[in-house]
Design a protein. Structure first.
Length: 253
């Protein structure tokens, strides 16, 4: 349980961004996202500058553009929602390629796409330069409620265990000739989901009893306390500070 858990988003490296303390990066990303969301949607040029700032961070972190773009596919549902806005929103309409599109819907779609993409990109850069264990330590350092940190820790640690259990159950079904081809097979899949829940619950009880027998009293011990110097805080907050300057210009120009 004490071993590190690497994830697919993380990209091993020794860049200046990788070396920053996790709580500094968490605070910087949160501040950056707040600034981006606070930017007026009419300031189109500001979102371009935000993208340039993130590209600079990606360059410092040595994160390839292909790696970043592939992980941005997670926002596809938001893109689908944004595409529908010009067709369903009310207000003045404009003609484009023979289609009647709502002006407010076009601005809303741009607002969702621009701010959503920048927020997801910042989160991907955070995940690609920070290991999961370090993120949890950063959350502890930022004084997030301990119970939330523990829940996130258990989810990370035992997510792979549940995934392996699902894989074994799938292999067992396929070895018996089962293939889900239609609605009539949903009953088997529902029973498998129920069995997976029971097994996970029982395993959770065994893990809890094991932890109690080893002295667990409701809080996890802090194995490594991460501190940050003033210079590291300055480097981490350079991104949201530059973004804030852009945001203020967006409101004044």
């Amino acid at each position: 349980m004490g071993a590190g858990h690497a994830h697919r988003l993380y990209r091993h490296g020794h860049s200046p961004v990788h070396r920053l303390p996790p709580h500094c990066k968490l605070a910087a990303v949160l501040a950056f996202v707040i600034v981006v969301v606070s930017t007026p949607r009419e300031a189109v040029w500001a979102f371009g500058l935000y993208a340039v700032l993130l590209a600079g961070v990606a360059y410092l972190a040595r994160v390839p553009a292909g790696f970043l773009l592939k992980r941005l596919l997670i926002e596809v549902p938001f893109v689908a929602f944004a595409v529908l806005l010009p067709f369903v929103a009310e207000g003045p309409h404009t003609e484009f390629l023979g289609l009647s599109l709502s002006v407010n819907g076009l601005w809303g779609a741009f607002n969702v796409l621009a701010k959503g993409t920048l927020g997801v990109a910042a989160s991907v850069l955070l995940a690609s330069t920070t290991e999961l264990r370090e993120l949890l330590l950063g959350l502890q350092r930022l004084r997030l409620p301990p119970m939330l940190v523990q829940i996130a820790s258990f989810m990370i640690r035992y997510g792979d265990v549940i995934a392996d259990e699902m894989r074994r159950m799938r292999i067992a079904r396929e070895s018996r000739g089962f293939e889900a081809r239609g609605v009539r097979h949903w009953g088997v899949l529902a029973k498998s989901a129920g069995a997976l829940f029971i097994r996970s619950y029982e395993r959770g009880e065994r893990v809890h009893l094991a932890m109690m027998s080893r002295g667990y009293s409701g809080s996890m011990p802090v194995i490594d306390d991460v501190t940050a110097s003033r210079a590291q805080w300055t480097h981490a907050l350079a991104l949201p500070a530059a973004a804030l300057a852009v945001c203020l210009l967006g409101w004044t120009l």
